[in-house]
Ligand binder design. Structure first.
Ligand SMILES: [Fe+2]
Ligand SMILES: [Fe+2]
Length: 293
């Protein structure tokens, strides 16, 4: 199999090369032009979205984040996202909402997926499905970030293969946009690990979502791509991945259908913070776990 070309081979040199010609600014990040991206993992129900919306404006400032990307596929009672919730998350300083297998659960999101360039659904869904698989946003100081959403295929059933579509998706993103975050929404760790390796050197970060349990394998891959298999869950952790534990235990003990209810206690904001250079390569990825209560 031929190796796809690295996106960064043609990247221009960092701005630090001509810094000696001018007085050094007091803020070194101006020279290094570090881009910091906060990725917030699956927002689960009202506890998760309330915690994020109240905390995000100050958190964004504390972290000095240039962009905030958040997975919102469980934001409406654990099942999908509504237009109203999406608009509130965007108003609370989320720049782009990613989604996943629950995206079709709330019908009023369908027109919003068509209208808004701030929300994406997996790119390997069908081209005729509402919405888009990637988008690009700009910051006030002119920086650009592209966000790609993918779904795994194992145990989660996307209609097209993530590996079969991602090359053409990346080819659509203008070459001038060097920072790209891919949300790989998948059940199987093998698919997520493989996608990280496949995209190493071609995107800034591959962030795994969907399983709601944060993994401890965050790393910057050799080609400059930040990676984690699962970035966790923003929601109630006294639960089984967001749902009241008594209900899920009843389900496993009886094998009878149950009605899911969102848990309430032990709410955490979880995700990762990614730093990247001007060339789009990641320099660091750190896990964020913030207890809200
Ligand atoms: Fe999911
Ligand atoms: Fe999820």
């Amino acid at each position: 199999m031929p190796t796809p070309p690295s996106r960064y081979l043609q990247a221009r040199a960092p701005l630090i090369t001509d810094a000696s010609a001018r007085p050094w600014p007091s803020d070194l990040s101006v020279i290094l032009r570090i881009m910091r991206i906060l990725f917030v993992s699956d927002i689960f129900g009202k506890p998760g979205r309330t915690a994020l919306m109240s905390r995000l404006p100050s958190l964004r400032e504390e972290l000095g984040a240039d962009f905030v990307v958040a997975n919102g596929e469980n934001a409406a009672s654990g099942a999908g996202i509504t237009r109203n919730i999406a608009e509130k998350l965007l108003a609370a300083q989320v720049d782009v909402i990613t989604t996943g297998n629950h995206i079709w659960r709330q019908k009023d999101i369908l027109p919003f997926l068509r209208e808004s360039d701030r929300i994406v659904r997996p790119a390997n869904y069908l081209p005729a499905n509402p919405g888009r698989g990637w988008t690009a946003v700009s910051s006030k100081d002119g920086r650009q970030l592209a966000v790609v959403n993918l779904s795994g295929n194992l145990y989660i059933g996307a209609p097209r293969g993530a590996f079969q579509v991602i090359d053409s998706v990346l080819a659509e993103i203008p070459a001038g946009i060097r920072h790209i975050v891919a949300d790989m929404h998948a059940e199987a760790t093998s698919e997520k690990v493989a996608m990280g390796l496949y995209l190493d050197g071609r995107v800034t970060a591959v962030i795994g979502t969907h399983t709601h349990v944060m993994t401890a394998d965050e790393k910057v891959l050799p080609g400059g791509t930040a990676y984690i298999t699962d970035a966790g869950m923003t929601g109630p952790h006294n639960s089984v991945i967001g749902v009241k534990k008594e209900i899920i235990l009843q389900r496993f003990l009886t094998e009878m259908p149950v009605k899911f209810e969102v848990a309430e206690d032990d709410v955490w904001i979880e995700g990762v913070v990614i730093d990247a250079g001007d060339d789009g390569r990641a320099t660091a990825i750190r896990r964020l776990q913030l207890e809200i209560g």
